[in-house]
Design a protein around this ligand. Structure first.
Ligand SMILES: [Zn+2]
Length: 117
């Protein structure tokens, strides 16, 4: 039997102004303790840049070494995703907490010590 094609998962920020579509549900997410992530509580899932769809207007927050923009909904403030500002990482991060039906207890949560970087 061929493996079933992965089902795209959608999600949105709290107010619905920003919608997200990813090619499949995350198998694992990153939980990072850096100065930003520990405040937002985002759990990041990674996908190839271009495999995801983000609709609606987001605002990017740029800090530190200025390699990525951390996007949020300007209406409700939810952190939606991050994207590179230039350097090609081959991936981008989506806040898995915004995906429909996401259960942090059902996926592997990898602790990242971003605070020490
Ligand atoms: Zn919103």
């Amino acid at each position: 039997m061929p493996e079933a094609a992965p089902t795209p998962i959608t999600g949105s920020c709290h107010c619905g102004a920003v919608t997200l579509t990813v090619p499949h549900a995350p198998e694992w997410v990153n939980s990072c303790n850096c100065s930003l992530c520990r405040r937002t509580g985002a759990l990041m899932a990674y996908y190839p840049d271009g495999a995801v769809k983000v609709t609606g207007e987001t605002r990017a927050y740029v800090w530190g070494d200025r390699t990525i923009g951390i996007h949020h909904c300007p209406v409700c403030g939810c952190l939606t995703h991050w994207r590179t500002l230039g350097e090609d990482f081959g991936k981008m991060g989506m806040n898995a907490r915004l995906l429909d039906g996401f259960d942090p207890d059902a996926v592997e949560v990898r602790k990242v010590d971003g605070a020490s970087w």
